[in-house]
Design a protein around this ligand. Structure first.
Ligand code: FMN
Length: 438
């Protein structure tokens, strides 16, 4: 049986599925129910200082994007950090940690960028018995206008400074949560490392306006006729999060820095992909808000079954396994050739592949053969782009078939040359040449 136990920067949990800091972790009632359902850990909804109270909007907080089947693809929110008193949260955290000693309980914190503020709150959090802290440098709205959240996460020097204070004033492990609202995610990750962080977690939500009401001409969610940008999350953001996790995992300057992967995790497969790209565990918010806490059971059994099937015994067997296969474009093997192939038994003759290829791409798919509706790939025109696979409504009807070494590419008239097979080290690769010369 696969062993799903997780040890993330010394914080132990029975499985790698943590709830991210958000409404599901806002209070003891929720967290108790989450732990009963099987979640391995939680990052408590972000705590603020005892300063001016946090006041949320009293109208809609969410906007959304749905698929054609009304499945929630992306969620947009304008919620702030917790609006409950600090002392209430701290007391509840302490009680929950006592009730559930085997689960991870992390305190997310966001206070002004002032040393005394951090110095003051850290011992209070430590006293709850929390296993670690997560620094919320990601909140993209409301708090950032007050110089917190993303306003810190977008300035590497501030990140380094605050992480350094936290390492100085607490013995708890420090996880630095990064904002994706930045051009190069490696910069804040490097800064967090320079400050001494134990780990990074990412992503927080992405700046977004999900829709505009065309009667009132206001963005949604609309609060008394006005809207503002919110933070985007859910399945739609997973590709952005995966790339950012991979960028940090393969950056020589942050290589080996533990990563907690967040963003659109909905199934065990999503989790396994984050792990493969270098995450030590994952955090989940939107999936729990959409389907309830019990969704973790499917994540646990799915991951466990897959690991058993593949012979992976522990999470360490998976973490980072895909990182060596993420490369820069220039290292891709340009002598690899694949052609689309249409399974005629599966084809429903809708013609979408033909239209996409004919109108916008390479005119490589027939629609009439001898006057009969028939869709077939013209190998001599196919560049292997894969668009037809993506627009086909029937899964696995169109597949990409690689040409074997030595085969003739009818489009270019060239033979697939096996000596080019490993482009990364090929002497004609300019980067390989440069490295050889050094
Ligand atoms: C309503 C809502 C409130 C959130 N509040 C916080 C917060 O207080 N602190 C924080 O670090 N992240 C907060 N987040 C961001 C989530 O922790 C998480 O980073 C993000 O939603 C991406 O994960 P997901 O795609 O699984 O939802 C919030 C997200 C939502 C939807």
């Amino acid at each position: 049986m696969a062993d799903l136990r997780n040890n993330f920067v010394g914080i132990k949990s029975p499985n790698p599925f943590w709830l991210a800091s958000a409404p599901p972790t806002d209070k003891a009632y929720n967290v108790e129910r989450a732990f009963k359902a099987g979640w391995g850990g939680v990052v408590w909804k972000t705590l603020g200082s005892e300063g001016p109270p946090v006041v949320n909007v009293n109208g809609p907080r969410y906007g959304a994007i749905w698929g054609a089947d009304r499945r929630l693809l992306g969620l947009n929110n304008i919620e702030l950090i917790t609006d409950r008193p600090l002392q209430v949260n701290l007391q509840e955290m302490k009680q929950v940690k006592m009730n559930w000693p085997d689960r991870a309980l992390i305190a997310s914190i966001m206070v002004p960028c002032v040393e005394e503020e951090w110095k003051a709150i850290l011992p209070l959090v430590e006293e709850t018995g929390a296993d670690g802290i997560e620094l919320n440098f990601g909140c993209p709205h409301g708090m950032s206008e007050r110089g917190m959240g993303a306003a810190v996460g977008q300035v590497p020097e501030y990140i380094e400074m605050v992480v350094r204070w936290c390492k100085q004033y607490t013995r708890m492990p420090v996880i630095t949560k990064l904002t994706p609202n930045i051009t190069d995610i490696r910069k804040p990750a490097r800064a967090a490392k320079a400050g001494g962080t134990d780990a990074v977690s990412l992503i927080n939500t992405i700046n977004s306006i999900v829709s505009v009401d065309l009667d009132s001409f206001a963005p949604s969610p609309t609060v008394d006729g006005k809207g503002t940008h919110g933070g985007y999350c859910g399945p739609a953001v997973k590709p952005i999060a995966l790339n950012m996790v991979a960028e940090i995992a393969r950056d020589p300057e942050t290589y080996g820095l533990p990563i907690s992967g967040i963003g659109g995790v909905t199934t065990w497969r999503d989790a396994a992909e984050f792990l493969a790209l270098g995450a030590g565990n994952v955090q989940v918010c939107t999936a729990a808000m959409t389907y309830g806490f019990k969704i973790v059971q499917e994540m646990i059994s799915g991951l466990s079954d897959w690991m058993d099937e593949k012979g992976h015994r522990t999470l360490d067997d998976i973490t980072g396994r895909a990182v060596p296969n993420v490369t820069d474009w220039q290292y891709l093997n340009l002598n690899y050739v694949a052609k689309a192939h249409i399974d005629q038994d599966a084809c429903i003759k809708c013609g979408r592949c033909h239209i996409a290829c004919e109108d916008t791409s390479h005119q490589a798919i027939t629609h009439l053969v001898n006057g009969v509706r028939h869709f077939e790939v013209k190998e001599e025109e196919c560049v292997g782009c894969n668009l037809c696979v993506n627009v086909c409504p029937v899964e696995n009807c169109i597949t990409m078939v690689p040409l074997a070494a030595g085969a003739l590419d009818q489009r270019t008239g060239r033979t697939v040359d096996p000596t080019y097979a490993n482009w990364t080290t090929h002497p004609n690769n300019p980067v390989a040449q440069r490295q050889a010369a050094e």
